[in-house]
Design a protein around this ligand. Sequence first.
Ligand code: GLY
Length: 343
Amino acid sequence: MFNRRNFLKVSSLSSMALLVKKNLIPGDFEAISIKTRPVVISTWDAGLAANKEAWKILINGGRALDAVEKGVMVTEGSRNCCVGLGANPDRDGYVTLDASIMDENFNCGSVAALERIKHPISVARRVMEKTPHVMLVGEGAQLFAVAEGFKLEEQKLSPEAQKEYNNWIKNSDYKSPVINIENKQDHGPFAPAILENGEWNHDTIGMVAMDANGNLSGSCTTSGAGFKMRGRVGDSPVIGAGLYVDNAVGACTATGQGEDVIRICGSYAVVEFMRQGSLPEDACRKTIHRLVKILGEKAKTIQVAFLAVNKKGDVGSFSLQPGFNYALKSEGVEKLVKANSYF
Ligand code: GLY
């Protein structure tokens, strides 16, 4: 049995105890190196609660895959603007959910435009484990979920989402989300539906973790852009864009403007930079720089952030706009970390 005492022994032998290093680098941020395992990181401050759940599995010697699934289920089950069935709908009034999951053996599964299912991340895992496919979408994904025993929830917006939708539909002003910074105003445990500047908020949760055996896994789940076109799919369920895991190298997840993460295969790019020797933060930074080069002026109008862990347990992040932070949990450490940004 892998009990806590054994776990700590393994952990300290493998990593010579916890070492948290803060390197002050030009610019207003900390680069954090966590030389221990397990470790879990996730996007935005909602990640604090999600990490706590993931940690229960990791601290007991459980698999990173289980941790990243159970972790983001907390966010899916909470009331917030942008993850799970309580989130803002598409422009036709339907909440459609995207999610992906990937383990240490390149197994991966995802769902897109899934409706009326509370935990899309678990359906994504079921796609990975029970079908010969990687991705199921729309009605097919829902039929599969129901066949697998997932409850079909009522077709109904949460009171908050209904209110937002009623406001939105007055003008039905469809446009891409502009800068989507979740932690811009004090909003307690939930991301606000609307930012101070009137833009719709956008709060994907992506989580990557390394377990006590040194294996990596990741998950990503979202309702996507609020009031998106019906059928719009973002980066979160696209393996290589919103999530990528290579157990020999590292894992990465993304948040922000999905279209622009997809066009550069963002999470895959970060993992490839790590493969070439970059530390996680530097790999995220190089990928953001690549995006800026491609987007030019448009880069000023959107938010994209990457969050990564490498095979040694170093973690790092970098965003386009300031304001992105991520939640970090390791033995003796539980905190929000402010990411450095391009602008
Ligand atoms: N990053 C989530 C989305 O664009 O849907």
